[in-house]
Design a protein. Structure first.
Length: 54
């Protein structure tokens, strides 16, 4: 499955679209979340984390 999230990225200081994929029990996204320095305040990251919990 694939999800697309949009929002502001503090690391890049611009709007960003992030693709989150779940395949064969593995999660993959095309950003540095959860390792990003701004992961704790990232609205896109929060949406992705919520999706992964569901």
């Amino acid at each position: 499955m694939e999800w697309i999230f949009t929002g502001y990225c503090r690391a890049q200081d611009q709007a960003r679209t992030v693709l989150l994929e779940h395949e064969d029990g593995q999660w993959d996204c095309d950003c540095d979340f959860p390792g990003c320095a701004y992961a704790g305040v990232c609205q896109i990251g929060k949406q992705m984390a919520k999706t992964q919990e569901e």
